[in-house]
Ligand binder design. Structure first.
Ligand code: ADP
Length: 404
């Protein structure tokens, strides 16, 4: 089955065309700077063997998607002969609130429910919806599926997802922990289980997704029971530009002392904090690590805070699950930074981790064990692939639809 997977951000669209029977990626690309000067499409096909850039005015998501479809069927750069070859479209949708606990076929009712979720993710859900509206206009007969970042975490118990604010605020405004990166946490958990020959329903797994944004999840018997991101993706770990956990009293204090308004306060915790806020160097882990190696003390401090926060969560989630069998690293930092993995796993022998530094140095690009074979707690690196999960979910839902 040929499935287009779309990840629509505020000014960009990432796309991949999958043949889910392989599964293999037939083509992929990125529409950048939508509605800005210098908008363009970078298109790759044949596993990156051909890479072309198209520059031109792209005012909105609909025209970005129209260009992208034009490239997919173009004689010179394309890979399909007609749009009839496209069987389905899968969308990454950031916030599904409490309405969705798995991927769904997009119908008019689902669109209405997604529109109701906009207030929970005002930056993310509107561009996701723009992609859905655009595809509805451009390829009206092709079924669309939504896969939610929040869906996997809908199994959390109430005592884990509620904040100790007045209960009425949960009922009135949906104030609770939803969690994000669910597609990634679920995927790497399943990969880890099949790699180790473990049954997900009899396992205690901690998955650490560390990219520009990051979150960590406690997965007990295959179900998310707690996760570090909250109602919004700011809570939890120290991230590239986000602060993660914070005493909530700091915000009103700072808003008064620095006369910050709501927008500036929001920008402070989302854009100027985390690695960039502490180091003053960069939000990019590679640059902060390089600066620390060159003796920059604030870069070292930022790294120490980053590692410490994850170690704290690993301890907490081990307690939550009554132990841990597997710890998984994924995301740009989790998959590539041998230093971060080694620092986070330091002195965890008391937990049952026998870390293997040599294997840690070698692990790159594919699932790998980085603890010794006899380690009671297994530590793994698992490359994530959220697009593949969306493509698979989409194909499964559309196959079911075609049967009925
Ligand atoms: P996003 O959350 O935007 O998808 P990624 O998962 O691609 O982000 O992760 C980006 C992060 O991964 C950046 O901080 C980047 O510095 C880090 N990263 C990528 N490669 C390496 C590497 N070799 N060593 C350390 N960090 C790396």
């Amino acid at each position: 089955m040929k499935v287009i997977v779309l990840n629509c951000g505020s000014s960009s669209i990432k796309y991949q065309l999958f043949d889910t029977d392989g599964p293999k990626v037939i083509a992929k690309g990125l529409v950048e700077k939508i509605g800005m000067n210098g908008s363009r499409i970078r298109h790759e096909k044949q596993n990156g063997k051909e890479d072309v850039v198209f520059e031109g005015e792209i005012l909105d998501h609909q025209s970005g998607i129209e260009y992208m479809l034009g490239i997919l069927i173009s004689k010179k750069h394309g890979c399909i002969k007609s749009f009839n070859e496209i069987d389905a479209i899968g969308h990454r949708v950031v916030h599904g609130g409490e309405k969705f606990n798995s991927s769904v076929l997009i119908t008019s009712e689902v669109i209405a429910m997604l529109e109701e979720c906009i207030s929970l993710a005002p930056l993310h859900n509107p561009p996701n919806l723009s992609g859905i509206y655009a595809m509805k206009n451009l390829l009206p007969h092709v079924p669309q599926v939504g896969a939610f970042d929040t869906a996997f975490h809908q199994t959390m118990p109430d005592y884990a997802y509620l904040y100790a604010l007045p209960y009425s605020l949960y009922k009135q405004h949906g104030i609770r922990r939803y969690g994000f990166h669910g597609t990634s946490h679920k995927f790497v958990m399943q990969q880890a289980c099949s790699f180790l020959g473990l049954a997900p329903e009899q396992s205690r797994i901690i998955t650490c997704h560390m990219g520009n944004g990051g979150s960590i999840t406690a997965i007990l018997n295959g179900q998310s029971v707690d996760t570090s991101m909250g109602m919004t993706p700011v809570e939890g770990l120290v991230m590239g530009t986000r602060c993660g956990d914070l005493d909530p009293g700091i915000l009103p204090y700072l808003m008064q002392r620095e006369e910050l308004n709501i927008n500036t306060a929001n920008t402070l915790i989302n854009k100027h904090s985390g690695l960039i806020g502490i180091s003053g160097v960069s939000s990019d882990m590679r640059e902060v690590t390089a600066a620390a190696k060159n003796g920059n003390e604030r870069a070292s401090l930022a790294l120490n805070m980053f590692y410490y926060r994850i170690r704290k969560y690993i301890g907490a989630y081990t307690a939550v699950m009554g132990g841990v069998d597997v710890i998984v690293f994924t995301g740009g930092i989790g998959e590539n930074s041998t230093l971060a993995r080694a620092e986070i796993m330091k002195d965890f022998e008391f937990l049952g981790v026998d870390f293997d530094p040599a294997k840690n140095e070698q692990a790159r690009g594919e699932t790998a064990l980085i603890s010794t074979p006899s380690s009671r707690v297994k530590v793994l690196v698992v490359p994530t692939n959220e697009e593949l999960v969306i493509a698979r979910d989409t194909a499964a839902i559309v196959r079911q639809l075609n049967k009925s």
